[in-house]
Design a protein around this ligand. Structure first.
Ligand code: OOG
Ligand code: NI
Length: 459
C-alpha cells in the first residue's frame, strides 16, 4: 500500500493537470487545439448516439509531452523524478537515423492498472555530445555546467521518496511546484546571441537544448477519437498545421499511432550582452500536437508496418500531401484490416478474456483439459480485443522534429545506426523496457488468466 499523501497514479494526474494548465497559459494556441479536440470528439460521440459527457476522464487528459536534456546527470535525475510519478523508461528511440544528435526513451506507467488511471508519458531525449565537433562540445559543456534544473528542495524530496517510500502532503505540493520549474518556458536565454547563433548553426536542436535555463516542455498532446477531422478543423480555423498526419493511414482496424501538430511558434527571446543591454531575438521550439492510438503490433507487424511505410515515403518524394495520403493508403492495402486476420496472421497483440458462454461452460464441464485457443474462440468461450499501443514511432517522431525544427524543404538523409541502448541504460542506471516484449507479456498474461478461469491444464 502507498503511504498517505503519495500515490504515484494520483500524483501523475495532479502533475499532468498542472503541466497542462501551465502550457495552456504559456501557449494560448495550444488551448485552441484542446478546444478543437473537445469539439471533434463531442461530435464523434453524438454521431455514435452517445452523450459527450460519456467522454471518459481518461480520454480528456493529455497523453504525452516531450523534453530534451543536455547532460547525463540531467537524464539520470529526470529518471528518478519520473519514477516518483510512476513513470519508467520504455523503448529506445534513436534520432540519429535522421541526423539529429539525440537519443532517448519514453517515461510512462508500465502496468495495466496504472495505464488505465492515467497513461501520461514524456518522450525524453538527450543530446549526444559525441556527435558534435570539439569546439561546439566545449561551448555546450561550459554553458551546461552552470545549469541546474532541479532545485535543492526537489532533490531532497526525491531522495526522501526513494529512501522512505513516503511523502507528506506538503512534500507532494512542493514536488509539483518545483518539478514544474523544469518544464517551464523562459524567454531569457542564458547565453549571448553569438553563442546562440553558433549553436544553432551546428543544429537547431543544440541551441534549443543548451541556451535556456529550463528544459522547457516543447509540446503536449491530447488524444482524439478522429484525427483526420481534427486536422481539417485545425486548417479551417487557421492554425499553422503540419502538412501530413504521421503514422499509418486511416483504417477500419486502427494500428499504432497517428499524430499531427501545429508548427512551432516563433517566440521572442532576450539575450544579455554582458553590459546590461539586451538583444532581442526569436526562437521556435514549442508546438501543440494531437494523437490517435490504435492497436499494438507484434514484431512481425512492426516489420510489415516499417516496410509499407518506407515504401510510401520513398515513392512519394516531392508530391503534395494529398497525393502522399493516397500513396500511403495504397501501400497499406498489404496490411490486413480485420481483427480476425490480424490475429490469425500474428500481426497485432490482443487481450483475451473468458466470455459469458465460457463461464457457463466451466460449470457444465464442457471442456477437456487441453484445448487450443482457436478452438476456444470458435466455441465462443473466449473473446478478444486489441491491446492499445502506448509508445511512439521513431519515424513519426522524426517527422514531428523535422516539421518543428527545420526548414520543411530540408531533406534529411536516413542514416544507418547501431543501437546505443546499452549506453543509454548505463546513463539511466537501469534497464529500458522493450515495448514489444511488454505487449507480448500483456497478451500472454491474459491467456494465462483465461486458462486458470476455465480450469484448463493447457491452452
Ligand atoms: C519529440 C518529438 C517526438 C512524438 O510524438 O513522436 C514526439 C520532440 O520534439 O522533442 O513527441
Ligand atoms: Ni509528441
Amino acid at each position: 500500500m502507498q503511504p498517505l499523501g503519495w500515490n504515484p497514479d494520483d500524483l501523475r494526474t495532479k502533475f499532468t493537470e498542472a503541466l497542462s494548465d501551465m502550457y495552456r497559459a504559456e501557449v494560448p494556441l495550444y488551448g485552441d487545439l484542446v478546444q478543437i479536440v473537445r469539439d471533434v470528439d463531442s461530435s464523434v460521440l453524438k454521431a455514435q448516439g452517445k452523450h459527450p459527457e460519456e467522454l471518459a476522464f481518461r480520454n480528456q487528459l493529455e497523453r504525452h509531452g516531450a523534453i530534451r536534456l543536455g547532460t547525463k546527470d540531467e537524464m539520470r535525475m529526470i529518471k528518478r523524478l519520473f519514477a516518483v510519478l510512476g513513470m519508467h523508461p520504455v523503448g529506445y528511440y534513436d534520432l540519429k537515423i535522421v541526423g539529429f544528435p539525440i537519443y532517448g526513451t519514453a517515461f510512462r506507467p508500465v502496468d495495466a492498472d496504472a495505464l488505465s488511471k492515467n497513461p501520461f508519458r514524456v518522450f525524453t531525449t538527450l543530446l549526444r555530445k559525441d556527435m558534435l565537433c570539439s569546439d561546439i562540445r566545449e561551448t555546450v559543456d561550459s554553458i551546461l555546467s552552470r545549469r541546474n534544473l532541479f532545485t535543492p528542495r526537489l532533490s531532497k524530496i526525491i531522495d526522501h521518496a526513494e529512501n522512505h517510500n513516503t511523502l507528506s502532503a506538503q512534500q507532494v505540493d512542493n514536488f509539483i511546484t518545483d518539478a514544474l520549474k523544469i518544464f517551464k518556458w523562459h524567454s531569457k536565454s542564458t547565453v549571448s546571441i553569438d553563442d546562440y547563433l553558433k549553436l544553432k548553426a551546428e543544429h537547431t536542436i543544440v541551441a534549443d537544448i543548451v541556451c535556456f535555463p529550463s528544459a522547457h516542455i516543447n509540446h503536449l498532446t491530447p488524444r482524439t477519437l478522429d484525427i483526420d477531422h481534427v486536422q481539417q478543423e485545425m486548417i479551417r480555423r487557421g492554425l499553422p498545421t503540419k502538412e501530413v498526419i504521421e503514422g499509418p493511414p486511416e483504417r477500419q482496424c486502427p494500428i499504432l499511432l497517428r499524430q499531427t501538430s501545429f508548427k512551432a511558434l516563433e517566440e521572442r527571446v532576450d539575450f544579455a550582452t554582458g553590459d546590461g543591454q539586451v538583444i532581442r531575438g526569436t526562437h521556435a521550439a514549442r508546438f501543440g500536437e494531437v494523437e490517435q492510438r490504435g492497436a499494438a503490433v507484434t514484431r512481425k507487424g512492426r516489420e510489415l508496418y516499417n516496410q509499407l511505410h518506407s515504401f510510401a515515403v520513398q515513392t512519394a518524394t516531392n508530391v503534395s500531401s494529398h497525393k502522399f495520403s493516397d500513396i500511403l493508403h495504397n501501400s497499406f492495402r498489404k496490411f490486413p484490416d480485420t481483427w480476425e486476420e490480424l490475429r490469425v496472421r500474428g500481426l497485432v497483440y490482443f487481450h483475451y478474456s473468458v466470455s459469458q458462454t465460457g463461464r457457463d461452460g466451466v460449470g457444465e464441464r464442457m471442456l477437456t483439459s487441453r484445448v487450443s485457443l482457436t478452438r476456444l474462440l470458435q466455441l465462443g468461450h473466449i473473446e478478444y480485443e486489441p491491446i492499445t499501443y502506448e509508445d511512439f514511432l521513431p519515424f513519426s517522431a522524426a517527422g514531428i522534429f523535422r516539421s518543428n525544427l527545420l526548414d520543411h524543404s530540408m531533406a534529411l538523409p536516413i542514416q544507418e545506426t547501431v543501437s546505443s541502448t546499452a549506453e543509454l541504460e548505463s546513463i539511466l542506471g537501469c534497464t529500458i523496457l522493450d515495448e514489444i516484449d511488454f505487449y507480448q507479456h500483456l497478451q500472454d498474461d491474459s491467456i494465462e488468466l483465461c486458462r486458470k478461469e476455465l480450469g484448463l491444464e493447457k491452452i
